[in-house]
Design a protein around this ligand. Structure first.
Ligand SMILES: CC(C)(COP(=O)(O)OP(=O)(O)OC[C@H]1O[C@@H](n2cnc3c(N)ncnc32)[C@H](O)[C@@H]1OP(=O)(O)O)[C@@H](O)C(=O)NCCC(=O)NCCS
Length: 151
């Protein structure tokens, strides 16, 4: 599959929201996406397109040498085809050019497929946030990765 990686734009949200509602127990609202995408600094949002189909998207919050994955999702029909990996690698490449050296994220302790994806890219657990996902009453694992110099 030939994916096209692009900046995620507000006009893409009509493709994002149905995926978001399907894959997350606590989906972001359009207002949250709009406020994130409106920020001119400190954020990186990228989309993976298969033709006119949105296959997945990822977001990062950037603070000097540290970045945090705010969201990552692959549309159900594209899952397990390498979209999540492509988004992570593309994102890390962009972050490296901005001088980012470390990456962190939270993931629900039961989200085995996401944890497997993150472990594959060098993330390791550094802590737990109790009841981070209040609606589903679940703890989050805090994962951390020191980025390589190039990917
Ligand atoms: C987590 C998620 C983004 C992974 O995206 P993806 O495009 O399916 O990931 P990839 O195809 O690149 O998979 C890469 C690796 O991750 C692991 N992985 C991904 N899905 C998996 C699954 N269902 N079961 C076990 N391992 C899995 C595997 O190691 C996989 O490599 P392999 O296929 O060669 O074995 C996707 O499952 C998703 O959108 N989930 C719902 C949203 C979510 O939970 N986001 C994370 C919030 S912290």
């Amino acid at each position: 599959m030939d994916l096209r990686l692009e900046k995620l734009k507000r006009r893409d949200l009509r493709h994002v929201l149905p995926i978001e509602a399907t894959v997350f127990p606590e989906p972001w609202t359009v207002a949250v996406f709009n406020s994130e995408l409106a920020l001119r600094h400190g954020r990186l949002y990228r989309a993976a397109w298969d033709g006119d189909q949105l296959a997945g998207y990822i977001g990062f919050l950037i603070l000097d040498e540290e970045a945090h994955i705010t969201t990552i999702a692959t549309a159900p029909r594209y899952q397990r085809t390498g979209v999540g990996s492509t988004l992570i690698i593309d994102g890390i490449r962009a972050l490296l050019t901005s001088g980012v050296k470390h990456l962190s994220l939270e993931v629900a302790v039961s989200n085995e497929r996401a944890i497997a994806l993150y472990y594959r890219y060098g993330f390791a657990p550094v802590g737990v946030r109790k009841n981070y996902y209040e609606r589903i009453n679940e703890d989050a694992l805090i994962l951390w990765a020191d980025l390589p110099e190039s990917v």
